[in-house]
Design a protein around this ligand. Sequence first.
Ligand SMILES: Cc1ncc(COP(=O)(O)O)c(C=O)c1O
Length: 473
Amino acid sequence: MSTSDDEGDGAFTRSQALFERVARTIAGGESSYARLKKGLELCFDHGEGSHFWDIDGNEYIDYSLGYGPLIFGHRPKKIIEAVFEAVNRYGTVATFPYDLDAEVGELITELVPGVDLLRFANSGTEATMAAARLARAYTGRSKIVQMEGGYHGWADTHFWSSHPDVWRPEVSPYSPVPRPGSRGIPACYGEALLIAQYNDREGLAQLFERYGDDIAAVLVEPVQCNTGVILPEPGYLEFLREITRAYGALLIFDEVITGFRLAPGGAQERLGVVPDISTFAKALGGGFPIAAFGGSFEVMQLEATNQVMHGGTYTANVVALAAARAVLTEMKTRRQEIWSVLDGYGERLREGLAEACRSAGLRCLVQGIGPVWHIFFAKPDAPDLERIRNYREAHAYASIELFDRFHRAMLARGVYFHPYHFERWFVSAVHTEDDVRRTLEAAAEAAQEVVASLQERPLAGMAEPAMPGIAPA
Ligand SMILES: Cc1ncc(COP(=O)(O)O)c(C=O)c1O
């Protein structure tokens, strides 16, 4: 529980001291890239439901939810009890197949339209690597098409063109040749990828015309949630389904964010397009580390017969599967109730945030679906767009600095969402009416504060973030 007895007063004194201590042994003070924003090194004390507290005792309504997994909020009682019970019953690692394998397997195949057979993994990164290997083995082809602005984990094989520095002249013209997302990634991995623009049918058709014989799969977030939130244009996912089929390639949906969130059956259920292979993580474990990939019987036969290697000491461990069983049982039995909260509050917050910002005079786009969305604040010279359809448009439109000012103004009012301008907001099934009301009140004040700040401090043109470890030219 809280290490601080007093209520927070908005200061971050203890956070600063602890962060310094953490950073003495943990490189950069964080064990995952982009968890922190420089100058905003909050240290966590505890969470409860839709709120968390930093170690200075400041309380926040949480719209980051541990980067997405906490779909039932912090410390979800039922899930935690189910995990304890299972550990007491089985221990932690099962060594052989056991009944939790069957139970969670049955729940996933029942809920997700595109999954007949699956395998468990430990993280979204692993699940996506496995899915790509499977697609390459099934088709006997080497290239995977990914979308610029998407993210499929940090592996050498996929961390390419996630957020390329398109503001640099040599990167600016679109090219299907991928750009590495970090130093240390060998160029040869990029040779097995092609980069397309999300929502661009013509561009993808050209890639297939040119490289069709060599394309194993299109790997895509069905709703692109790693450049804020970008929705598929009507017919786009159907187009992906058709063109992959026409060329004998597979369609992989990376549902690490959308899975068990847009619906119990993920984006494929909600948007009605069924891929050949899907990957899951985040909400599947409700805060416990688990991932999975699966697909049709036919494709998954290669896994079933071990023609494709997939492994992991901790895959299908007791903690992970007990949590997933509890999460999926909740989703199956309380579906209506859960999604009326997720969708209802999602919709109200989107509308309310857009209204609060616009009535203060801030031009913005709020894009999302169900319990996930993002606010893009317009740069002063941004084109008037109805919506953002891909990474390039997001970059041309979105002001990092306005986002940053709004973020700080909301933080000061006890509302937390991820500080990076291309992350996203999540709402959980345990957010409340009161959270929504307080968030929208805070947003109205924060938006006015941002507008007022422009008089004193005009926008300076905040530096674009460079890719990790890649020095700007
Ligand atoms: C769409 C998507 N795929 C894959 C991953 C990687 O998942 P993990 O962080 O569990 O490795 C993420 C992580 O945010 C993601 O958003």
